[in-house]
Design a protein around this ligand. Structure first.
Ligand code: FAD
Length: 314
């Protein structure tokens, strides 16, 4: 019987494992279907994780995460390279069903993250990370005093456009309708911002550039094409929350989620199910930053430790 099963080996899962094992839990497995490190390993530069800044060449996400597994596993955390298919609860005990077998666990922390959706235009994959981004907080600063575009019309798109307007010289917001899904006060703030210009009833058809990166985008608006010369395009057309492991046989979920599928937690990362915690990008209101995911993981790891020791007198 595991004391704790951690699902996902990104910054949240690794840090949860560090805190739980260093705090005294003996039998802890982190199930990660790939190599530990999480989605930040795809990033070519990270400047906002405190304490490890490097200017030239910039620190890559892979370099940031490289020492984490060794440190986090030093205190007894084990890594099982397996995909978790489902987590169930029977009485006080969780059943973790994975591609390599089934495990019983006294507590579970879900840290499976979330994945930005793609818009599907030509060149989106080619220029991802070379001008196309899905995170203004992460990459906005690289476009200081430059013109950028934002694709999308929801809350995230307009909030990120406002954030970018603090840094960039101009922000074009491209939206396929003339009405917004975003909250009316956010829409009003964006409309009042002099640096933001709306291009409505429009879609991005193509991104183009060279091996140095993005140079512009072709927009289709009312049957006409617009060539917008921007070196940054931020795509916010929704996210896929990786909550499938929580889905039960009858279609319900093991704990409460919001309308977007994000796991509802309190400030201690407790879900609505006792002994089940969620940390990192999968949880409601996550800032979707490495430092925040690691902080969540630490909180969840300490809470799982307390729960197991109190509930099972360990
Ligand atoms: P993730 O890192 O997404 O880790 C989840 C892990 O769970 C993955 O490794 C996945 O393989 C695993 N998993 C999922 N489902 C299962 C399953 N069923 N079974 C087993 N394993 C599973 N943040 C910053 O702070 N600064 C930046 O500059 C920055 N830049 C970024 C650039 C890019 C290109 C990207 C993609 C992200 C960037 N981020 C940045 C965001 C940051 O990477 C995330 O906020 C952070 O990684 C979230 O950590 P997490 O542990 O919650 O989830």
């Amino acid at each position: 019987m595991l004391d704790l099963a951690i699902i996902g080996g990104g910054p949240a899962g690794l840090t949860a494992g560090l805190y739980a094992t260093r705090g005294g839990l003996k039998n802890v497995i982190m199930f990660e279907m790939g190599l530990p490190g999480g989605q930040i390993t795809q990033s070519s530069e990270i400047e906002n994780y405190p304490g490890v800044f490097r200017e030239d060449p910039p620190l890559t996400g892979m370099e940031l995460m490289e020492p984490w597994p060794k440190q986090c596993m030093h205190f007894g955390l084990k890594h099982e390279m397996a995909e978790v298919k489902q987590v169930k609860k029977d009485g006080d005990i969780f059943k973790v069903i994975t591609s390599s077998g089934e495990y019983d666990a006294k507590s579970v922390i879900v840290c499976t993250g979330s994945t930005p959706k793609k818009a599907g235009f030509k060149g989106e994959d080619e220029f991802f990370g070379k001008g196309i981004s899905t995170c203004a907080t992460c990459d906005g600063f690289f476009y200081k005093d430059k013109e950028v575009a934002v694709l999308g019309g929801g809350d995230t798109a307009l909030e990120e456009a406002l954030y970018l307007a603090n840094i960039c010289s101009k922000v074009y917001v491209i939206h396929r309708r003339d009405k917004f899904r975003a909250a009316p006060p956010t829409v009003e703030r964006a409309k009042k911002n002099e640096k933001i210009e709306f291009i409505l009833n429009a879609t991005v058809k193509e991104a183009y550039g060279s091996d140095k990166g993005l140079e512009g985008i072709i927009i289709e608006q009312n049957g006409k094409e617009i060539d917008l010369k921007v070196s940054g395009l931020f795509v916010f057309v929704g996210r896929i929350v990786n909550n499938q492991v929580l889905k039960q046989d009858d279609g319900s979920y093991l704990c409460d989620l919001n309308d977007w599928g994000e796991v509802l937690v309190n400030l201690k990362m407790h879900t609505s199910t006792p002994g089940l915690y969620a940390a990192g990008d999968i949880r409601v209101d996550a800032p979707k930053q490495v430092v925040c995911a690691a902080g969540d993981g630490a909180t969840a790891g300490m809470e799982a430790l307390n729960y197991v020791q109190e509930k099972f007198n360990d």
